[in-house]
Design a protein around this ligand. Structure first.
Ligand code: G6P
Length: 608
């Protein structure tokens, strides 16, 4: 979705803004622009399409200046064109602003401004904010911004540059992230951490309706009434390298390869290196509370939803805790019944997904306990939940989730072990056995990654396939849903995941000569059932690839088999997911798809 960067300092800001926008491009966008004070006026350049269009325009007509704002827009109100692109200005050219989020009461505000004689050039909700601040401005930018902010409903992160104070940026937000930081050459603002990483790792997150005023020598903070406040500085552990592609052709491939380390880093946070045991303080519930839990409600979107489905299997199998998993966009408009001792768990890589946030706030409004699994420190979900279990995946840039999904499932597994012991279903020594095995999984993952050429060759052979089916049972079915999502996102192939036993209730009618069926068969008690399901599709002409946990005797039921080093059934998802991600990746590459920024998709869906 949209991205914001802003800078004021000693250096020429054009390249800083472009670099920042480049590091936010992974969020998905369809136009981009900058506004820079050039010594005489606020010069604005905007282009439709990818960033290189803006870079070209600025190459031809550079803007010199040391204070500016930039934006990548993912269209919501009005089509993606130059007029609707940000920055937007007011009618008198007193200010330029960039905006992330959606102003819900923009129609009412616009009608009022129209009545007052303001003419609009774009269809956006953002221009309404620019015009309104312009109207309220009487020489005091801070007052005008605060007054405007108090009239706005909805979500927003705004960075504003005033003509009368051309070395200052005014920033406010509500429900849309904004992070600021000081570097050696000046002050920076962005909607997401990667844009700040080249300059500083010491950052401050603005909270709802707070204001930051950036100048080259410092940043001041204010509450919604304009009173000065102190803000805490957070040290971000990600480094710049982590947000670069390195030798990989795409971020997605790089992030798939980072999974063994991501798993290790995540384990390190939850398992004490000194004792080798689960860390007491790393999990949300005491033994007494764990035994009182009646049910866990997991709410999330996309891959995080699929991680929740895997987590359900872990928690129900290991800790005998009933779990319901819901898609956040559905849950928030459902009757959403809940009972006592039923915490809500929100899973979100970004911590900014609009529907997941809405579900979290529903829970909070009725005093239901909220626990998050999240990858981004300082994100809305991490800040607002009662408790956050962080994943340690590092920055995930490719739109398609890979390492964040994996680490979410690992945290759920560790939580399941913790609860299993506290609820008396696993002894301490059984938990230790599992942890010891888990620590060796990163090496197994590397062994699977080393066989990527096999996946690539298969992908090249099947790149033109029009339809594909993923089948599995139990944990494998949950995994199939994620595998199918990856293929849809990255390779634009119509595919779906089916519970293997459910095939004959309809879907099998679609299977014909040459249909490609990927069978995930990693769960020992279900192998004989899977074998029957594979035979059912085979006799109808399907070409079958089986993914198995060790050599499992499935080879006679399929055309090709990829096995991975044998692990206990519950750990199979950590390994099985790798060939499935690679398959989507290589098919996408073979089909010439835009891997890191698939069409129509955004990394973090901050609007409904
Ligand atoms: C988008 C992304 C997905 C992600 C989903 C949920 O659709 O493209 O990769 O799984 O949002 O995002 P979250 O940040 O809440 O995990």
């Amino acid at each position: 979705m949209c991205g914001i960067v802003g800078y004021t300092g000693k250096q020429n800001c054009m390249s800083i803004l472009l670099r920042g926008l480049g590091s936010l491009a992974y969020r998905g966008y369809d136009s981009a622009g900058v506004a820079i004070w050039n010594g005489t006026t606020i010069a604005v350049t905007k282009e439709r399409g990818k960033l290189f269009a803006l870079e070209d325009a600025l190459d031809k007509k550079p803007i010199e200046g040391t204070t500016g704002i930039g934006h990548t827009r993912w269209a919501t109100h009005g089509e993606p064109n130059v007029v609707n692109a940000h920055p937007h200005t007011d009618a008198k050219g007193q200010l330029a602003l960039v905006h992330n989020g959606i102003i819900e009461n923009y129609r009412t505000l616009k009608e009022q401004l129209l009545r007052e004689g303001v003419t609009f050039v774009s269809e956006t909700d953002t221009e309404v904010v620019a015009q309104m601040i312009g109207k309220l401005y009487d020489g005091d930018p801070k007052k005008a911004v605060l007054r405007a902010m108090n009239k706005l409903e909805g979500t927003f992160a705004l960075a504003i540059l005033f003509r009368d104070e051309p070395d200052t940026l005014y920033c406010v937000c509500n429900g849309s992230p904004m992070v600021v930081g000081r570097g050696r050459s000046g002050s920076f603002v962005a909607s997401d951490i990667p844009a700040l990483l080249p300059y500083t790792r010491k950052v401050t997150f603005l909270e709802n309706r707070q204001m930051a005023i950036l100048q080259k020598n410092g940043i001041r903070y204010y509450d919604r009434d304009g009173n000065p406040i102190e803000k805490e500085i957070t040290e971000v552990e990600w480094d710049v390298e982590a947000a670069r592609k390195g030798n990989f052709e795409h971020f997605m491939l790089k992030e798939i390869h980072e999974q063994p380390d991501a798993l290790l880093h995540t384990i390190e946070q939850y398992v004490s290196s000194r004792t080798g045991c689960l860390r007491e303080d790393a999990f949300p519930w005491t033994k007494e509370e764990a035994n009182q839990l009646k049910r866990l409600r997991i709410v999330s979107c996309g891959s995080a939803y699929h991680a929740g489905l895997v987590g359900k299997k872990f928690l129900e199998h290991l800790a005998k805790l009933p779990v319901e998993v819901e898609v956040a966009s559905e849950y928030r408009y459902s009757d959403a019944l809940y009972s006592e001792n039923e915490p809500m768990m929100l899973i979100s890589q970004s911590g900014e997904t609009a529907d997941t946030i809405a579900a979290m706030r529903m829970a909070k409004s009725r005093n239901q306990e909220t626990v998050a699994i999240c990858n981004v420190i300082g994100s809305t979900i991490a800040r607002e939940c009662d408790r956050t279990l962080f994943t340690y995946a590092g920055p995930e840039i490719a739109v398609a989730a890979t390492k964040s999904y994996l680490t979410q499932t690992v945290v759920l597994f560790l939580l399941a072990l913790d609860l299993a012991e506290k609820r008396g279903w696993l002894t301490h020594s059984k938990v230790q056995e599992q942890l010891e095995r888990l620590k060796r999984v990163p090496d197994d993952m590397r062994a699977v990654l080393a066989r990527k050429e096999q996946v690539q060759a298969y992908a090249n052979r099947h790149a033109l396939t029009k339809k594909m089916f993923f089948i599995g049972r139990g944990l494998d079915h949950a995994l199939c849903l994620e595998a199918a999502l990856k293929l849809k996102e990255i390779a634009y192939i119509h595919t779906d995941a089916y519970a293997a036993g459910e095939l004959k209730h309809g879907t099998i009618a679609l299977v014909e000569d040459g249909s490609l069926v990927i069978s995930v068969a990693t769960q020992k008690p279900l192998l004989s059932k899977m074998a029957s399901n594979m035979e059912e599709v085979r006799v109808r002409g399907a070409d079958i690839l089986a993914i198995t946990n060790g050599s499992s005797g499935m080879e006679e039921h399929c055309d090709e088999q990829w096995d991975f080093p044998e692990v206990p059934d519950m750990m199979a998802p950590f390994l099985a997911v790798i060939p499935l991600q690679l398959l989507a990746y290589y098919i996408g590459v073979a089909r010439g798809c835009s891997i890191d920024q698939p069409r129509n998709l955004a990394k973090s869906v901050t609007v409904e």
